[in-house]
Write a protein that binds this ligand. Structure first.
Ligand SMILES: [Zn+2]
Length: 423
């Protein structure tokens, strides 16, 4: 059989956001009676009496959008979608949606989270020490040859190390990649009333390990979790398909030669168990972290998550925005190695400041003191509060409900059913 195929269903257990790298500005929506109305400008223009619109635009030509917004009321039928919103945000990060404004979950966001879990397992199998020692030897050699290039090489090495390790594990010759054998479709799209607006605050621990909530609040569209924490809430079924390409994972000399891997096959086939193993480790670490910070709400939430009785065909993963750097990189597995490398080369001081809402690197703004320019979303005058410095593992993004910490974002349960037919 060329493919082993599965249907998967997603149960959202904490507010989940898959971003599109754009923002909704407050001129693009209306908030009334705890609802957010996202304005469809073209529909609105078609609805409004032309004369009145033209005259008000003539009065204030520079405030075109504001003028249009003043003409909106909650009863109009010129909205793209309407969702619950208990806040009055200046801007909102929208969730990915179909052309009918129906949200869905991308296969790539699920695959990304699975990939991290599998990498972690592969790292345990490979002798990670030899990998980094090899890398180090190469750097030493280069450094001794080109003393003038030291700084450049060091910064290159520090940014490359994670990527190198990944490549050496997952990639074979000619750009083949074992992860290609795991194919995950996007989910179907579901009604937009499955979304609401979540308030996010950023927690960081300072050098003295005391808790510090950033004043800055962020508002994002999130898929609502089921109320009872369990998976009984099935009003909206979010599902897709997973295919494993058995041909790519065949144990033939030709495939070994091309893909350059051996253990990966079983690891990919065991993704359910391995994701759970990795998630459980993370959950235990998070419980300790939040107990240390004395944020009982989140520690208790994680304890409930840990005690969910998952079936054999179910796994827990954290996907999408706000899941932290740990979910996207394998760096924590190398803490000690990286730490040694950092110390040796004195690269511990190299820090990157990023924009909280988009994860883009920011640079000091030319226009305004104590503010930043984001190189990713190209927004200027970002305040210090809207940024964090990484690497800084002791930073968490938390969903607040009624002014209290309530959830870590992005936890979902995925249940998988084998399809027993040839595809
Ligand atoms: Zn940005």
């Amino acid at each position: 059989m060329k493919y082993t195929s599965f249907n998967y269903t997603v149960h959202v257990v904490s507010p989940t956001h898959i971003g599109i790298g754009e923002k909704l500005k407050d001129i693009e929506y209306l908030i009334s009676s705890e609802k957010l109305y996202v304005i469809d400008i073209v529909n609105l223009l078609n609805t409004l009496p032309q004369a009145s619109v033209l005259s008000s635009i003539k009065e204030k030509p520079l405030h075109f959008y504001e003028t249009l917004k003043e003409n909106c009321n909650p009863h109009g039928n010129y909205y793209k979608y309407i969702i619950t919103c208990k806040y009055n945000p200046q801007e909102i990060l929208p969730h990915i949606k179909s052309i009918y404004y129906e949200p869905y979950i991308t296969g790539s966001s699920i695959k990304g989270a699975i990939r991290t879990s599998l990498l972690k397992e592969l790292l345990l199998l490979h002798d990670q020490r030899t990998l980094s020692t090899e890398k180090l030897k190469k750097i030493f050699k280069k450094l001794s040859n080109q003393p003038g290039e030291r700084k450049k090489l060091i910064s290159q090495a520090s940014s490359d190390i994670g990527g190198d390790i990944e490549r050496s594990i997952f990639n074979g010759k000619y750009g083949y990649n074992a992860m290609r054998a795991l194919q995950i479709s996007d989910t179907n799209s579901i009604n937009y009333n499955s979304l609401n607006i979540s308030e996010i605050r950023v927690l960081s621990l300072n050098m003295r390990n005391s808790v510090d909530w950033k004043k800055f609040k962020l508002y994002i569209e999130t898929l609502k979790p089921s109320d009872d924490f369990h998976k009984t809430d099935k009003n909206e079924n979010i599902h897709g398909t997973i295919k494993i390409d058995n041909y790519l994972l065949e144990d033939s000399p030709a495939q070994r030669e091309r893909l350059g891997y051996t253990e990966e096959k079983n690891i990919i086939k065991n993704f359910i168990q391995l994701c759970n193993k990795y998630s459980l480790e993370r959950i235990n670490r998070e419980i300790n972290f939040f107990i240390d910070c004395d944020i009982r709400e989140i520690a208790d939430w994680y304890k409930k998550l840990k005690n969910l009785n998952l079936k054999e065909n179910e796994f827990l993963i954290q996907i999408g925005w706000g899941t932290g750097y740990e979910c996207k990189t394998v760096a924590p597995s190398f803490t000690q190695e990286l730490e040694n490398i950092r110390r040796y080369f004195g690269i511990g001081k190299k820090k990157v400041r990023i924009h909280i809402s988009c994860d883009g690197e920011v640079l000091p703004s030319f226009n305004k003191k104590d503010s930043y320019f984001c190189t990713k979303c190209r927004i200027d005058r970002i305040t210090r509060e809207e940024t964090i410095v990484i690497p800084f593992p002791k930073t968490r993004r938390i969903v607040f409900v009624d002014d209290k910490p309530a959830y870590p974002p992005g936890w979902v349960i995925i249940s998988v059913e084998r399809i027993n037919r040839e595809m």
